[in-house]
Design a protein around this ligand. Structure first.
Ligand SMILES: [Zn+2]
Length: 362
């Protein structure tokens, strides 16, 4: 049975281990130790993600969370606010995003052991570097994951709060290679990379294109010194839409614009690289993760509350690797702020949802 005190205690212990993105070694080692202690064969992959497997019956299921937190996330001092709420002391985040997810996964396995319950084979993937761009999930060793369906415990709110739709995400980089020359002595011999890059930037789709489509030029780097015609300039940007056709059309428009700039500046070389960072999705009946979560929530008398999100999660990356994923709430609020707090009954409810899911062996 899910044990409230044990779950809360584990959460507090995990929060006590600092793990801002890029500094996850200690938490990763601790998670491996804790998984092994409850019968999960676990280790880190080459990138430092924690992967594990516990045998069972039927189709495997992947339970996932991430181990890193945002800053300020060092020396976190959790404080009880009444019996049901845990906050930070106001000087840091709490780290329920996503230590609550890690604690829930451990408790569900512990409970299955205790009850000698029949479960599906449980695979565990706890990523690092999620908060800095899904880096862990993008570099995960997928040869060690056989599950085709995943519950990703990493949303705010109660477990009925599920991410029902997430955008397709394209990234691009445009490198302009011009020619350097002394700016005062012989500028006519130069090919000014920054100026050409500026023409490229102005034609890229940016801002809110429509209610479900956005674009952004995020960085520009170029030039070395004030008095030289700049030889190099690099632009990085992104395009997102809930609809693949829309983001695909924007990519075509952006490419066509780069071609135009290229034609106007035959002396420059422009290398443009567009690629899909992760695929979007919509939870619809027939999708294995949707069917699983809707079935489990219904069985527990909970009404699913799917909502669209503008950002990607590890769930998007998993889908890119053929693992149907749904991201569910684990009782956290005000994530990424010093006001972050955790509602214990909702974390417990999240554990109940995971427990029901892994015990659906038929
Ligand atoms: Zn998170």
């Amino acid at each position: 049975m899910i044990n409230r005190d044990r779950l809360v205690q584990e959460f507090l212990e995990l929060v006590a281990i600092d793990s801002p993105s890029g500094d996850e070694d200690a938490i990763a080692e601790e998670l491996v130790r804790r998984l092994e202690a409850i019968g999960v064969e676990a280790s880190q992959d080459a990138h430092g993600n924690v992967l594990g497997r516990r045998p069972g019956v039927g189709e495997p299921i992947l339970l996932s969370a991430h181990m890193d937190t945002v800053e300020p996330g060092r020396g976190i001092q959790p404080v009880f606010d009444g019996p049901d709420i845990i906050r930070s002391d106001g000087t840091t985040i709490l780290g329920a995003d996503n230590k609550a997810g890690c604690a829930v996964i451990l408790e569900v396995i512990r409970s299955a052991n205790e009850d000698a319950a029949e479960t599906r084979p449980i695979e565990v993937a706890i990523s690092r570097g999620e908060e800095i761009g899904l880096v862990g999930a993008s570099n995960m060793d997928y040869s060690r994951i056989s599950a085709r369906v995943a519950l990703v415990v990493d949303s705010g709110g109660p477990p009925s709060s599920i991410q029902g739709q997430a955008p397709y995400h394209f990234t691009y980089s445009i490198a302009v290679h011009g020619r350097a020359a002394h700016a005062g002595v012989e500028p006519e011999k130069g090919v000014p990379a920054i100026t050409i890059a500026a023409e490229a930037v102005l034609g890229m789709p940016q801002g809110r294109i429509d209610f479900e489509t956005t674009g952004n030029v995020g960085t520009i780097h170029g030039g070395l010194v004030r008095n030289a015609v700049p030889e190099e300039c690099l632009i990085e940007g992104e395009l997102r839409s809930m609809e693949f056709e829309k983001v695909d059309a924007l990519v075509s428009r952006a490419r066509a614009h780069v071609d135009e700039v290229r034609e106007r500046h035959p002396d420059a070389r422009i290398d443009a690289d567009f690629h899909m960072g992760y695929p979007g999705y919509k939870l619809e009946p027939g999708d294995p993760a949707a069917d699983l979560i809707f079935g489990v929530l219904g069985g527990l008398g909970l009404t699913p509350d799917p909502h669209p999100v503008g950002g990607g999660t590890d769930g998007n990356v998993f889908r890119g690797h053929g693992i149907s994923s749904v991201v569910i709430g684990r009782g956290g609020y005000n994530q990424h702020t010093k006001d972050e707090y955790l509602v214990i009954p909702e974390m417990l409810q999240c554990a109940a949802v995971l427990e029901a899911a892994v015990r659906r062996t038929g």
